[in-house]
Design a protein around this ligand. Structure first.
Ligand SMILES: C[S@@+](CC[C@H](N)C(=O)[O-])C[C@H]1O[C@@H](n2cnc3c(N)ncnc32)[C@H](O)[C@@H]1O
Length: 461
């Protein structure tokens, strides 16, 4: 049974929260602008809004996503007329979320004209590059065409060349073009279009972690039309922006919507205590999916990160940290008291001790860091929620070194420690993904087949 609904029983009846997986988003207006691992489905967000907020109070209510990703929660809240705010640490994801929320203020005519200018400039440039590349295949010739001013990010290193030479020249030409755009919002749209397409014409691929194509047995991308990929992404963005603007024009007033590019742990610098009616979110899962490493191409090529030290700072600020960041420090202790979790951690520490930090002790540090951040997160959420406000927090369990960590149950217990009402609702079983980590468990399931699931922890202040 869900916690009592926050508003009148006469409102829409939502029996179940919808499937949170975002596969459908790839073709959905706005959501198709940038794919994001573990991104929400639009219909999941809407089912949570339907359940906990009254449409009649929309203009006054605020929907928060503390881990906004590419802004699915915020876009759907905006569409429904709610004020909305999101925090996102990853600058590329934050860029995607921000572009979506800026649709109403966007100069669409200027965007269209700039796309035309870009397409014309790229067509001519790609012609030069493609001719040179063909000639090169027949016998070496120096590059005869114009030379881009932009340079590849100096400290972005990959095992295989990230782009082939002709593709790299085209990307650099695009960067020159973007650098010359005066309007910052239009510039953001172009940067997003570049960021969300660049892996598709690189020698890497998402599987879902970033992997070189040669390692996957896929052919390298020797040449491609970067201009066509980016222009087509921008055309989609224009079409979707037109659609959203007509939806927003029906609202009595345009809600406030903004994304903070930064850590949710600094939320009190941006939000007043007791200001949030509903939070819908999904923090990184306890599966060590490495958001920072997997977006290195976008972070470096868009200039958000210029050195490994920048990336390391992001890793340290990330919710739950990463196994790689914490595995070899001193034993991390829990900063709160939950005897069940403590004994599970103690057991994990003893496993595969012959592997040192690659065995249980390294993973125990990761789990303890993850739940310490969960404790901070739920404490902050309690401060931000209005009395009677709800949060829907989607998490998955994880199988680490053969042990099943039921993150939903632990989060619900931590919420109770903070004086919140909490309960757990299973929303999906047989979740696919890399949540069985650090062990040969895929080959040797203990106690039968390990079950992966996703659950919503429903919290009420
Ligand atoms: C599971 S994803 C959320 C996806 C989101 N629901 C969507 O639909 O796009 C978790 C996000 O949390 C972000 N993140 C990690 N640590 C953070 C922090 N301290 N503050 C804000 N965001 C953070 C990650 O970069 C990642 O985008």
């Amino acid at each position: 049974m869900p916690l009592p609904l926050a508003w009148s029983e006469d409102g829409p009846k939502v029996e179940r929260l919808k499937d949170p997986t975002n596969s459908g988003n790839k073709s959905l207006s706005l959501h198709r602008w940038a794919n994001w691992i573990a991104g929400f489905s639009a219909e999941f967000v809407n089912s949570a809004i339907d359940r906990y907020l009254s449409p009649t109070g929309a203009a006054q209510a605020t929907v928060l996503d503390p881990f906004a990703g590419v802004g699915t929660t915020n876009v759907e809240a905006l569409r429904r007329g709610f004020q909305t705010c999101g925090f996102e640490l990853n600058a590329f994801a934050a860029l995607a979320a921000r572009c979506k929320l800026e649709v109403a203020r966007l100069d669409l005519d200027l965007l269209r004209t700039t796309i035309d200018q870009y397409a014309t400039s790229m067509r001519a440039f790609e012609c030069h590059v493609d001719r040179w590349w063909d000639a090169l295949a027949r016998g070496r010739q120096p590059y005869p065409g114009p030379v881009p001013r932009a340079r590849p990010p100096e400290l972005f290193r990959t095992r295989e060349p990230f782009f082939s030479k002709p593709v790299e020249l085209k990307v650099l030409w695009t960067l020159d073009f973007i650098g010359g755009i005066e309007d910052p919002t239009i510039q953001d749209y172009f940067r997003l279009a570049l960021g969300s397409t660049l892996v598709s014409y690189s020698n890497y691929s998402y599987e879902p972690s970033l992997c070189s194509r040669s390692k996957l047995g896929k052919p390298l991308v020797e040449n491609a039309s970067v201009g066509a990929a980016i222009a087509s992404k921008l055309e989609h963005m224009v079409a979707d922006a037109v659609e959203l603007r007509s939806e927003l024009s029906l609202l009595p007033q345009l809600p406030r919507a903004h994304i903070v590019q930064g850590s949710f742990f600094d939320a009190l610098s941006h939000l007043a205590p007791g200001s949030i009616d509903l939070a819908i979110t999904s923090p990184p899962y306890l599966n060590n999916y490495h958001y920072v490493r997997n977006t290195r191409p976008q972070l470096y090529w868009l200039g958000f990160v210029t050195s490994p030290a920048d990336a390391a700072r992001l890793e340290k600020q990330s919710f739950g940290k990463f196994w790689q960041t914490v595995r070899d420090g001193q034993a991390v202790e829990l900063c709160f008291n939950l005897p069940g979790l403590e004994s599970q951690l103690a057991e994990l520490r003893t496993l595969r001790s012959e592997h040192g930090i690659y065995g249980g002790s390294g993973w125990a540090n990761y789990v303890a860091s993850y739940f310490n951040d969960s404790y901070r997160f739920l404490g902050l959420l309690r401060t931000l929620l209005k009395p009677g406000g709800h949060a829907v927090v989607v998490v998955g369990n994880s199988l680490l070194q053969g042990m099943d960590f039921r993150v939903d149950e632990v989060l619900s217990q931590i919420a109770t420690l903070h004086g919140l009402d909490a309960q757990v609702e299973r929303i999906r079983s047989k979740r696919v993904g890399n949540s069985i980590v650090g062990t040969g468990l895929r080959q040797k399931p203990q106690n039968g087949r390990p079950e992966l699931y996703e659950a919503a922890v429903i919290v009420k202040r």
